[in-house]
Design a protein around this ligand. Structure first.
Ligand code: GYE
Length: 331
C-alpha cells in the first residue's frame, strides 16, 4: 500500500512538473519566437570568448557541468577571441530559436545590432563574465560577473602600501588583456587610480599580451629589452604573468625579488607561482559562474525579474595566503 501511494504521488509530481514546464514553454513562445520546443526543457546558446587562459578553461568547465546538473541543454561555441565569430554564433542561436542566449563578450563595444536581433526574436540574453557598453540596457536581462575596476584597484592599493617608503621612482610595466575587453579596460583603470596615490609609482610601459602565456612572454621580452630598470610587473591575468616569468628568468633576473609581480585571477598555476615566491600578490577573479548562470537562465525563462547586475564575491592573496589556500583550490 505504502509503495503504491509513494508511486502515485511521484506520478502526480511528474505530471505537474510536465504541466508547469509546458506552460512555461508556451509562455515563452508567446513573447515572440524564443523557445519553440514544447518539451519543457530549456535550451541555452552560449558563446564563449575562447580558450586563452586557465581562467577561461575553468569557466568553460563550470558552465558545461552546471548546465548538465541543471538539466539545461547547452549549445556551446568557442569564438577564438574573435567578435565576428561571437556575432555569427549568436545569430545561429537566434535562428535555432533557443530559449536563452548567454555570452561573454570578447570586447565591450559593437553589440547593439545583434542584441537587438535577439530582443526582436523574443530571446532573452544574459551577459556573463564580461559586459558590453550598450547604452540601451533593455538589450540584455542581467550581467553576472566580477568588478574588474575593483580588482585593479586592490592590486594597486597593495603596491602603494608595499612601496610607501620608496624615496625614488618605482618603474612599473603593465601587461594588458586583449584590446577593448572589459577586464583590460577596467583593471587598467582601477590600478591607475590606486597608484596615483604615490607619484613615485610610474607606469613606464603598457601593452596588450592578449591574456595568453605566449603574449605575456613576448611582450615582457620587449619590455626588458627597452627598459633598463623594471621594478614591478602588473599583469592583467595569471597566464600573462606566468609567460613573463620565462622572459624575466631568461634575462637573468629573479622574479618576485628583482621584479615585484602582481596579477589577477588566482588560478592554480598562478597560486603556485605566488606560493613559490615568484609572484607577490594576486587579486582573485572567480571563473565558477556556471551555477549562478543556470539559475538565472531558469528565472529569466520563467519570466521572473532578476537583478540587472550580479557581482561575484572575491578576495586577494599574498604568498602566505596562497600557501594556505592552494590545497583546496578548485581551479
Ligand atoms: O581574467 C582572463 C581571461 O574575462 C575575467 O579573461 C575574464 C578574463 C580573465 O582570459 O584570464
Amino acid at each position: 500500500m505504502r509503495t503504491q501511494s509513494v508511486r502515485w504521488r511521484a506520478a502526480a509530481v511528474l505530471a505537474s512538473v510536465l504541466l508547469v514546464g509546458g506552460v512555461a514553454a508556451c509562455g515563452n513562445s508567446d513573447t515572440g519566437g524564443g523557445g519553440s520546443k514544447d518539451d519543457g526543457k530549456i535550451t541555452m546558446g552560449f558563446s564563449q570568448v575562447g580558450a586563452e587562459s586557465g581562467w577561461r578553461t575553468a569557466n568553460t568547465t563550470s558552465i558545461k557541468e552546471s548546465a548538465t546538473a541543471a538539466g539545461i541543454e547547452l549549445k556551446f561555441d568557442d569564438a577564438q577571441q574573435k567578435q565576428e565569430n561571437q556575432i555569427k554564433a549568436i545569430r545561429n542561436y537566434i535562428q535555432q530559436k533557443v530559449d536563452v542566449i548567454a555570452f561573454s563578450p570578447v570586447v565591450e563595444s559593437g553589440w547593439d545590432t545583434v542584441l537587438k536581433e535577439a530582443k526582436d526574436a523574443g530571446i532573452p540574453v544574459i551577459l556573463t563574465d564580461r559586459s558590453v557598453d550598450s547604452a540601451d540596457k533593455s538589450l540584455y536581462k542581467t550581467f553576472l560577473g566580477s568588478d574588474f575596476v575593483k580588482e585593479g584597484r586592490l592590486a594597486g592599493e597593495w603596491l602603494v602600501e608595499q612601496k610607501k617608503t620608496a624615496s625614488g621612482p618605482v618603474n612599473i610595466v603593465e601587461l594588458q588583456g586583449n584590446t577593448g575587453a572589459a577586464p583590460a579596460n577596467d583593471r587598467k583603470k582601477g590600478f591607475g587610480e590606486a597608484i596615483a596615490a604615490n607619484p613615485n609609482l610610474k607606469i613606464i610601459a603598457s601593452q596588450p599580451g592578449d591574456f595568453t602565456r605566449a603574449g605575456g612572454k613576448q611582450v615582457m621580452e620587449q619590455f626588458l629589452k627597452a627598459n633598463k630598470q623594471i621594478d614591478v610587473l602588473f599583469a592583467h591575468n595569471d597566464d600573462m604573468g606566468l609567460g613573463a616569468l620565462e622572459a624575466i628568468t631568461a634575462a637573468g633576473k629573479v622574479p618576485g625579488k628583482d621584479i615585484t609581480i602582481i596579477t589577477v585571477d588566482a588560478v592554480k598555476d598562478g597560486m603556485q607561482a605566488l606560493a613559490d615566491g615568484k609572484f607577490n600578490f594576486i587579486a582573485e577573479c572567480s571563473p565558477l559562474l556556471g551555477p549562478q548562470l543556470m539559475d538565472l537562465a531558469k528565472k529569466v525563462h520563467a519570466g521572473e525579474e532578476v537583478p540587472a547586475r550580479i557581482e561575484t564575491e572575491e578576495t586577494t592573496f599574498t604568498t602566505e595566503q596562497a600557501k594556505e589556500a592552494l590545497p583546496n583550490r578548485k581551479y
